[in-house]
Design a protein around this ligand. Structure first.
Ligand code: HEC
Ligand code: HEC
Length: 289
């Protein structure tokens, strides 16, 4: 039915000709600005749909003429981050370790890389953050069997201790009891003497004989006062911190059958950047010299 255009008598505007129960609808067009925004949105959507992945097509989809995909974008930024990290690690591995430690930016990266590599490779033996346990020296105190400077630590991580690597630290305490170098009574006597050195026993009737045995058999490595010697990895004995426990039984056990703890070499498994990072991390744990 054709509608008749008429003017509304109050506003003077045209009506659409629609009428419900005497109520008529004014012909008020959408505001121009609103329409413009709407057209821009439609145009934007059309251009977007052509450029970017947008329309499902059965089992595949329209990939857009730019070929962009969110998973590729993530992969790209990860690759960029890895490349930056690799460049840092390469420099950390190439520079002398003292130079790495002196560069605040490189040191920061090394500390973080070292922390992660330590948790993965070293924690099973040395404990979380290097607290140590029986047979595995703490790395967070100034109790150093072999020395606590950065180059000392770096060398040990590279080549290990009694690891079989030709450049590893090798020294071995003789099995005085087991190999019959000392008689059982002499082992006991010298063990009691060692116990007086760090104060779990008071000097007694055998102390003088123990002192003599100690000077003859042990002082060459452990020092005349049992102060230890880092050039042969002989722990200080006149100290409460002990690798194998501070009881008389532990001392006797070691004199009979020394353990000769093994620390693996890592230069065959870890790159130079990671090894230097580990050394810097260990050095910063609390005992670094
Ligand atoms: C299989 C066990 C084991 C693992 C794994 C291990 N260590 Fe050791 N580490 C030892 C033992 C045992 C010693 C002590 C050897 C000795 O008696 O001299 C040692 C000694 C050391 C020392 C010398 C400490 C001192 O007092 O002079 C450093 C430094 C060290 N380890 C660092 C590391 C780092 C860093 C890692 C990881 C890359 C690591 N270790 C992994 C067993 C291990
Ligand atoms: C050739 C050098 C050497 C000689 C000689 C030697 N030691 Fe040792 N001693 C070591 C080394 C190296 C260690 C630690 C390595 C290991 O066995 O794991 C050690 C460890 C010890 C320990 C354990 C320390 C701890 O922290 O738990 C005791 C105790 C000890 N020696 C006592 C003696 C006594 C006593 C003698 C003499 C009868 C002696 N040693 C002679 C090299 C020596």
């Amino acid at each position: 039915m054709p509608t008749k255009i008429e003017k509304d008598e109050y506003t003077g505007k045209e009506t659409t000709g629609h009428e419900w129960d005497g109520i008529k609808e004014l012909d008020t067009p959408l505001p121009r600005w609103w329409l413009n925004v709407w057209f821009v949105c439609i145009a934007f959507a059309a251009v977007y749909a052509v450029l970017y992945p947008s329309i499902p097509l059965g089992t595949t989809y329209w990939k857009g003429i730019l070929g962009w995909s969110s998973s590729q974008a993530v992969a790209k930024s990860v690759a960029q981050m890895n490349a930056r990290h690799a460049a840092f690690m390469k420099r950390i591995g190439e520079l002398p370790i003292m130079q790495v430690a002196a560069d605040p930016k490189l040191k920061e990266v090394a500390l973080e890389a070292g922390r992660i590599a330590f948790a993965e490779n070293c924690q099973p033996c040395h404990g979380p953050a290097g607290v140590g346990r029986e047979g595995y020296p703490p790395l967070d105190t100034n109790f150093w069997l072999w020395g606590g400077t950065l180059p000392d630590i770096q060398r040990i991580i590279e080549y290990g201790i009694r690891s079989g690597d030709p450049k590893a630290h090798q020294s071995q305490m003789p099995a005085f009891g087991h190999d019959g170098i000392l008689k059982p009574a002499q082992v006991t006597t010298v063990a009691h003497y060692v116990a007086t050195l760090f104060g779990i026993e008071k000097p007694g009737p055998t102390t003088a004989a123990g002192y003599k045995l100690f000077q003859d058999n042990c002082a060459a490595c452990h020092g005349p006062k049992g102060q230890g010697n880092q050039s042969v990895g002989a722990p200080p004995l006149a100290s409460r911190v002990h690798l194998y426990g501070d009881t008389l039984a532990a001392i006797e056990y070691q004199i009979n059958t020394p353990r000769g703890g093994v620390m693996p070499a890592w230069h065959t498994r870890l790159d130079a950047g990671t090894i230097n990072s580990l050394a810097i991390y260990v050095h910063a744990l609390g005992g670094g010299e």
